[in-house]
Write a protein that binds this ligand. Sequence first.
Ligand code: C5P
Length: 230
Amino acid sequence: MSTAAIIPAAGLGLRLGGETPKAFREVGGESLLVHAVRGLQAATAADLACFVVAVPAGTEDAVRKELEPYAGDARLLVVAGGAERADSVRVALELVPVDGIDCILVHDAARAFVPAAVVERVVAAVRGGASAVVPAVPVTDTIKRVSTAGEVVDTPDRSTLVAVQTPQGFDPAVLRRAHATGGAGATDDAMLCERLGVTVLTVEGSEDAFKVTRPRDLLLAEALLADRRL
Ligand code: C5P
């Protein structure tokens, strides 16, 4: 049995600024998408057999050419994404083979520097019987719920909060069922499983799996890569 990886990379990345879609922004001379594919490939215990990458419409051929050298023996499929992240995941999911796949990972291109150990922990937990698995790290800020008027409503107990990352791992049947319900307002795939009443397990994530979102994240990414290359 093998793993399939869906990489939603169709976002425009408006918070990052610039003209180039976020997944194509370069760090250390290579796109975030290339770093993301290489990061998943480094997780050898995951047995990746297939990548399905959702990209902005019109960029499919260029991305296929760019990623081919990094896919190794895995099958590489590139598809135009949708309006929302969940739409991009749904169109990619339709291309994931049913036979021979016992775990589907969904991994944001923007979390390009996830360590292999995190990927392998997620896959191991799915293979160990969990239906849905998310890497998580403790939150360091005090988090407050606020009203539309900007007034604080309450302060959840920080010890009960975590920040979740990707790759998120799923039993394939569960992920298909979750996406069949539609993804309105969902910012990750685990949320769709929660709506079905499926238990979502957390495993230890990593600070290195941060999401490149704002311009300063590119600086952090450059520093992280330079440190890894030392
Ligand atoms: O916008 P955000 O940073 O939350 O996006 C997370 C991931 O989802 C990114 O890798 C982005 O390219 C992807 N995405 C997508 N299709 C969209 C919006 C976002 O594939 N319509």
